[in-house]
Design a protein around this ligand. Structure first.
Ligand code: NAD
Length: 338
């Protein structure tokens, strides 16, 4: 069993912890808590052991009556791997703590690529992470782009990819952030960080991205314009996506007119937390004009990186092939395995 701890129990950490509990070859040893909050009471109801991030948190949490097993340092003594799902840029400060404890670590997309030197998307570069002690799972948008562009590149070949990202403003429970009545250029300059970030995982073609935030909390929507190495039929582009892992195709004619329909599908099919782990492409949006392919791609920001975290744990542990790890992860989360 791979013994796993999760440091940072928020949007991503909660989901990764639940996914770890679904793996036959992993044990969730515990998660960290920062200050008294109902989410930690829920974790305890699920049987998840809690550890305080530091001594100050330990006092506050014990004062509130929570059953706390110790601090992060105690948790690190009991695990093989820690998944750092703390707020962006906090992972960098946590890295020396993991190094001192001689524990392998998986970081998230809010950290810089340079923190680990290895950025990860399972179906693109599982083998690159093999045996490494520290790996970064890329952000939600970068994961969606890597899966989609990687599949098209493998199927028909890409010379330049361009993407315009309409980003959800914030996560549903994050009431402090906006906008509620604006479209915010994110940033005003080009490229947004997503294009260069894709190139930390995929090689061999150019990627230029631009992004803006819109007043929604569920899903990002990308408009992709992909210049292929040579003209191809629309069917070839669709086939490359259809045969790739963790990409699902939807169709406007079947009622998928917006991101709301995709979230509704997750509810109707009983997905945990309404999570859509797959990058979702509108099949009927795929259009090829000469050597340029156009399409819409949606990314559920809270969920898409969850399977990648599970595969990253196996990749750094060693002893698994990409196929075996992805199959185990997919089966445990209800993702159709390809
Ligand atoms: P979050 O704010 O929802 O959760 C972070 C958790 O860490 C909170 O529970 C917070 O209390 C806790 N925390 C605060 N300081 C800490 C510390 N020093 N040590 C440990 N824990 C601490 O954040 P999130 O959205 O889950 O993001 C986590 C990481 O995942 C970031 O790098 C982010 O960029 C990345 N990510 C987020 C999303 C998303 O859409 N939310 C998607 C993909 C990747």
């Amino acid at each position: 069993m791979i013994r796993v701890g999760v440091n940072g129990y928020g949007t991503i950490g909660k989901r990764v912890a639940d996914a770890v509990m679904r793996q036959k070859d992993m044990e969730l040893v515990g998660v960290t808590a920062v200050h008294p909050h109902y989410k930690y009471a829920v974790a305890q109801q699920k049987g998840i052991p809690l550890y305080a991030v530091d001594m100050k948190s330990l006092e506050a949490l014990r004062g509130s009556g929570a059953n706390i097993r110790g601090t992060l340092n105690d948790l690190l003594q009991r695990v093989d791997i820690v998944v750092d799902a703390s707020p962006g840029d906090t992972g960098a400060a946590n890295k020396p703590i993991y190094e001192q404890a001689a524990v392998k670590a998986i970081f998230q997309g809010g950290e810089e690529h340079g923190l680990t030197g290895t950025s990860f998307v399972a179906q693109c570069n599982f083998e690159e992470a093999a045996g490494k002690s520290m790996v970064r799972v890329v952000s939600c948008n970068t994961t969606g782009l890597c899966r989609t562009l990687g599949a098209i590149d493998k199927g028909v070949g890409i010379s330049v990819a361009r993407a315009v990202l309409a980003r959800r403003a914030t996560d549903p429970d994050d009431v402090k952030k906006g906008p509620i009545d604006a479209v915010v250029l994110d940033p005003t300059t080009l490229p947004s960080h997503h294009g260069p970030d894709v190139l930390t995982v995929l090689k061999g073609f150019e990627v230029v991205t631009m992004a803006f935030k819109i007043p929604t909390t569920h899903m990002h929507l990308h408009s992709l314009i992909v210049t292929l190495k040579k003209p191809a039929a629309k069917e070839e582009v669709v086939a490359s996506l259809q045969h790739a892992p963790r990409i699902s195709l939807v169709d406007g004619k079947s009622g998928f007119k917006s991101t709301a329909s995709i979230m509704d599908l997750a509810r109707e099919t009983g997905r945990s937390r309404n999570d859509i782990y797959e990058a979702t492409v509108w099949k009927d949006s795929v259009t090829v004009v000469g050597a340029d392919a156009y399409m819409f791609l949606a990314v559920h920001q809270e969920a898409i990186v969850v399977p990648e975290n599970i595969d990253a744990i196996r990749a750094v542990s060693g002893g698994y092939t990409r196929e075996l790890s992805m199959r185990m992860t997919d089966d445990s989360l209800g993702i159709i395995h390809r």
